[in-house]
Every structure is written in C-alpha cells, then in structure tokens.
Write a protein that binds this ligand. Sequence first.
Ligand code: FAD
Ligand code: PYC
Length: 415
Amino acid sequence: MRRYSAFAIAKEALRHNTGWQKAWRSPAPRKKYDVVIVGAGGHGLATAYHLGKNHGITNVAVVEKGWLGGGNTGRNTTIIRSNYLQDPSAAIYEKARSLYETMSQDLNYNVMFSPRGVIMLAQTHHEVRGYQRTAHANALQGVDTRWISPAEVKKLVPIINLDGPRYPVLGGLWQARGGTARHDAVAWGYARACSAMGMDIIQQCEVTGIDSAEGKVTGVQTTKGQIACDKLAMVVAGNSGLLAEMAGFRLPLETVPLQALVSEPIKPCMDVVVMANTVHGYMSQSDKGEMVIGGGTDGHNGYTQRGSFHHVEETVRALVETFPMISRLKMLRQWGGNVDVTGDRSPILSKTPLGNCFINCGWGTGGFKAIPGSGWAMAELVAKGEPGPLTAEFGLNRFREGRFIDESVAAGVAH
Ligand code: FAD
Ligand code: PYC
C-alpha cells in the first residue's frame, strides 16, 4: 500500500493525479479462508483489521451484501463518548475512544476525529441525580467526565436556551475528550488497511445460508457461491436476528429504525455536541455547517433503512424549546438505519451455540463510538476462541444467567 503523505500529494499534483492506487482491491472470493466475517460495517472491518494487526491472522474475507459502510456505519451521527455507567461498558467504550485519538495515524487515513466535547444535558431532577452518579462512576473508572453547571453549559453553547418552560437546563455531564469523526472515513480507512494486509473485502455478496456439520460452521452460502471457513464472525447489526436464524439460534434483540436529519448549512454556531435525552434529541454541527440532528428510535420493528416522517417532526419539535434558532432552518436531507437493540441496551460479543461461530451485535443506537474497541476485543475473541477482558461480560449467557449490564440511561437515545 502506498502511504498517503504531503510528499505523495505533491508528487501526484505534478503528474495530474494519475498515480494513485485504488484504496482497496475488489477480488472474487477464494474457496476457503481461515476467518470469514459477515458485514463490512465499522465493527466487521475493525475486527478484520485487529485480527491482522494484533494476531497475525490475515487469511480473512469480509463479506458484504451491499457496499462497505452502507449500513449503520455510514448512516450514523458520529457521536463518540465513553460516559457509560457500568464498569464493563466504560472499559470497552473508553478503549474505543482512546483508539479514535490515534486512528488517523494508525490507519494512515484521515478519519477527521474531532474531540470537540460532548454534553448530556440534565433537564429534570431525576437526570441531575443520574448524571452526577455517572460522573462519580466515571471518576472511579478513569473516564474523564464531570458535572457542569447551567452557566458552564451556556458558556460552551451560547445558542442554548437554559430557561425553557417545560425543560429548563439544570446542568450537564461533560466529556471534553468526546466528539465526532467522519463515519465513512472510518470504514474506508479500515478497508484500505485490511486490503493492504492481503484480506479480501467482497462487496455485493450476500450471505444467504450457513453450512455446518457436527455443531461447527464449515462455510457460508453467498450470492457469489459457497465460501468455506475455519471460523465465522457475524457482525451485521440490524440483520443479526436473520443471520442467527440461518445458523439455527435466536438472539435476545429486536431491530428498529433510527433516523437522523441535517439542516441546510449555516455559519459555525455550536462547536460541541449536545444531547438532550429527556426530550429525545441531540445536535452537533458538521464541518460543512449543517446542524446534524437525531432523536429516539421509531416505535416499530423494521428492516427498511428508513423511518417514518412524523418522527422527524417530533424530534425537531422536542429540540426547539432548548434551541429556538432551529425553528428557522430548512431540512436538507433525512435518512434512517436499522439498529439492533438488546434488553439491557448493551452489546453482545460472544461465542454462539455453534463451536467456531462468533457474534458481535446489539450496539443499538450507540455503536459508532465503539468501533475500534469492539474490533480489538472481537478479534481477540475470534483468534483465541475465548473471551478476553473486554468481552468477558458481554456474552450471550448473561441473558440466561440474569447478569444484565443495564445502560438504558447511558445509551442516550430513547428506545
Ligand atoms: P453496520 O454498519 O450496519 O454494518 C453491518 C453490515 O452488515 C452492513 O453493511 C450490512 O449490509 C451487512 N450485512 C447484513 N446482512 C448481511 C448478509 N446477509 N450478508 C452480508 N452482509 C450483510 N452510534 C454512535 O456511537 N454515535 C452516534 O451518534 C450514532 N448515531 C446513529 C444515528 C443513526 C441514524 C443510526 C442509524 C445509528 C447511529 N448510531 C450511532 C449507531 C451506529 O451507527 C451503529 O451501532 C454502528 O454503526 C453499527 O456498526 P456495525 O458495523 O455493527 O453495523
Ligand atoms: O450513542 O451517543 C450515542 C448516540 C448519539 C446519537 C445516537 N447515538
């Protein structure tokens, strides 16, 4: 792989950009791989990357039914934070956040990580107590967050209205090192690095069946033919239930639409991310100037990668009290994804009833921020066949044993 650098840009400028290579190869599938990963979203690609980088396993195929990053990874609102309540969550999300800090250098690809800070507003007394508790938990976990007063909120977000008649701002949970990153670039950067390690990323290749014998996976049936493998990792977010059904087991999650929208671009007016969870809305400003806005999940199951229009209206209506200026903005575009939500709002990184088959899912409305940590942890699980420190608590068995990791508040987005 040719490195991207200032020198490479200058050299290409002199020869009219004729020397750039494709960022990744698009090979036909081989007959067999050591590991097949289903799903070329951020989590699948990060798993492949860390299999190669941390464990030296490069005979890997990442099989994608559409185009890489075309699932939730390319549809999310890119908020990165690690201010969760429970210790296992703080560990994996903080690992991820710290990996985001060096991701552009590690991948030699600019993922535009912008640690601009994230505030979760407290707009009820219940939320004040909840976020103060999270701040204490985070202090013990080594996660850098703190409770801030309404005056500090106003200083960070001059456009905010603190004195809404229904939901005044009573303070907030502030994570200065949280922020955003360019979602497509995360997928593209991993894809390029995986391809350079010799891995095959096979797009337009849907897995339609799973072959097994004597309790073990032997391969997958795809729209590009049968592919044999020694190990299989399912990393398909909102399609996890469908893949599990092909493999003959069930998952404790449901798939629901989650939508977002952007306004027309305006001048810079807000340089932090604000989440207003009581009213189910959140907002940041993109580098292009659009206000990026999202809300809670739609109230029905769905696989269509779009949501219902009334939800857009409800989200904007909820935010207008706290951000009156958005009443003057036009919506530029709106889209939806399918998120996989578990009962305790925590992910599943787990062995499955099939011996050499592993699953990574259940990130729900909040998995973009987790991509590098999840890839790191999932690679360890697949390579060693047993959970490591970051995945130990996130197994499927927790639902049978009642060891839930309740993150219904820290998940941030209502579902
Ligand atoms: P995906 O990116 O969905 O990748 C799974 C891939 O599997 C897809 O590309 C799909 O095509 C492929 N696939 C499925 N079935 C098959 C098959 N049979 N064969 C082959 N391939 C298959 N998280 C945050 O942390 N911060 C946010 O601000 C945030 N905002 C969000 C806003 C919206 C509107 C949405 C929808 C989500 C948001 N999320 C956010 C959640 C986040 O996007 C997801 O948790 C994360 O992207 C999941 O990544 P993934 O790689 O697991 O899944
Ligand atoms: O998990 O922080 C999050 C989030 C914000 C918007 C959607 N998910």
